[in-house]
Design a protein around this ligand. Structure first.
Ligand code: FAD
Length: 387
């Protein structure tokens, strides 16, 4: 989790005349959309706090587009290519790392079929028995499992650095960021602030769980809280230690550059997203402390480095809305996957703003796929998706 505040603010006063595009929200998604539109649009980004101060700065940064979007192969390919192309520019780093998703005995057939299907689409995905996994990654312990699905195109990023790198490139391309600017409401061509409004030909809202409030209407989006802790093992992890997920326990983990282990999990719909604790719960820390030593060797006496919680937004089918709602463009409902999906959102929104053909079919992200836009729904966690 990043504590620093990106203080680089535009000194200029807010624009008087209409601009091409106003983006509300400077999380990773707003920054990615600004970056994608800035080459040929006059773009203004507004955020009530700072860059990556919402869910983005609290994310684990695990990047596995193939796992979560492999059923939409062109979408997954677009995200996979983005992270490799952006790596090494504007201070951004993509750390490539193999990923193993542990598979319990009664899920072997499903996991094998899914791995084979993804491989048929050209993705480097394989189902492996436990002895093979443990020979490749000796710190993993799969005693209670039948095998694992290996993704050879996974990796991780520092989400704060990704957002600020996108902001930097967007700024180089001419976008202006105005931070500490609370937007009260939007319409198809205005963003209303406490002391006036900004007019724009196009308004994009990428404000996380606050998006329905800004539009002043219900959307099939619910805020949910999720958590991370960092553990320091007695023997540091080496620089090839893989990313992992134990769906049956709703936990995932990735190494840190210093050999610690970041562990994420727990998903609870919340009614007061602004008021929830940003600390990890003691019960979650205990669960991690009990579970991880069984899965990763050398964590019996691990120390707790830190822990935190953040709030993201969920939709009924665990896919974001990237579409116009009442003539306002919306990019929200990332279901714990908005870091890896930021380039997907940027491409989908750019194609609709410019009427260009997107790199993939954007219809899976349409608003009208939800017939009942107001009712609550059961949360599908990232542990359930892609299994
Ligand atoms: C603990 C945790 C772990 C996660 N791990 C991963 C992971 O490993 N991989 C992954 O892909 N995703 C992960 N995610 C999900 C990811 O963080 C989010 O999906 C993503 O950050 C969403 O980005 P965003 O820009 O839409 O929202 P946010 O980052 O929440 O940004 C929204 C912005 O809108 C601004 N805003 C809100 N209301 C207003 C207003 N009225 N006026 C002006 N500005 C406003 C906020 O200040 C904020 O900066 C994780 C999330 C959490 C909480």
């Amino acid at each position: 989790m990043h504590e620093a505040h990106d203080t680089a603010q535009s000194d200029a006063s807010l624009p008087d005349g209409p601009v091409d595009v106003v983006v509300v929200g400077a999380g990773v998604v707003g920054c990615a959309i600004a970056d994608a539109l800035a080459p040929d649009h006059d773009v203004v980004v507004l955020d009530k706090s700072g860059v990556a101060e919402g869910a983005t700065g609290r994310a684990a940064g695990v990047i596995t587009p193939t796992l979560f979007y492999g059923d939409l192969p062109e979408v997954a390919r677009h995200a996979n290519e983005f992270f490799r192309a952006f790596d090494g520019t504007h201070g951004f780093e993509f750390t490539e790392r193999r990923r193993y998703d542990y598979v319990v005995h009664d899920e072997v057939d499903t996991a094998r079929d899914r791995a084979a299907d993804l491989a048929d689409h050209g993705f480097p995905v394989t189902y492996l028995d436990t002895d093979v996994v443990e020979s490749e990654a000796p710190r993993l312990n799969l005693d209670d499992f039948a095998g694992a699905v290996r993704y050879d195109d996974a990796g991780w990023v520092d989400p704060y650095t990704l957002a600020t790198a996108l902001k930097r490139r967007a700024t180089d391309r001419g976008a202006s960021f105005y931070l500490d600017q609370q937007v009260d409401a939007v319409s198809s061509n205005t963003a209303e602030l406490a002391d006036g409004e900004i007019r724009a030909h196009t308004v994009v809202v990428a404000a996380g769980f606050s998006t329905p409030d800004l539009l002043g209407r219900p959307l099939p989006i619910q805020p949910y809280r999720t958590q991370c802790v960092v553990l320091e093992p007695t023997e540091v992890l080496d620089d090839q230690f893989p990313i992992g997920r134990v769906g049956s326990k709703h936990l995932y983990f990735r190494p840190e550059h210093n050999g610690d282990l970041l562990v994420g999990g727990s998903h609870d719909i919340v009614s007061d997203p602004a008021g929830v604790s940003t600390q990890a719960d003691e019960s979650f820390v205990k669960e991690v402390a009990l579970t991880i030593p069984e899965l990763v060797r050398g964590f019996g006496d691990a120390g707790l480095v830190n822990g935190w919680a953040g709030v993201d937004s969920a939709t009924p089918d665990a896919r974001p809305i990237l579409d116009q709602v009442d003539d306002v463009f919306v990019a929200a409902g990332f279901n714990g996957l908005g870091i890896l999906a930021a380039p997907i959102a940027a491409e989908a929104i750019r194609s609709q703003v410019t009427a260009e053909t997107a790199a993939f079919d954007v219809s899976p992200f349409s608003f009208d796929r939800f017939s009942d836009s107001t009712s609550g729904f059961e949360l599908r966690t990232t542990s359930d998706v892609g299994r």
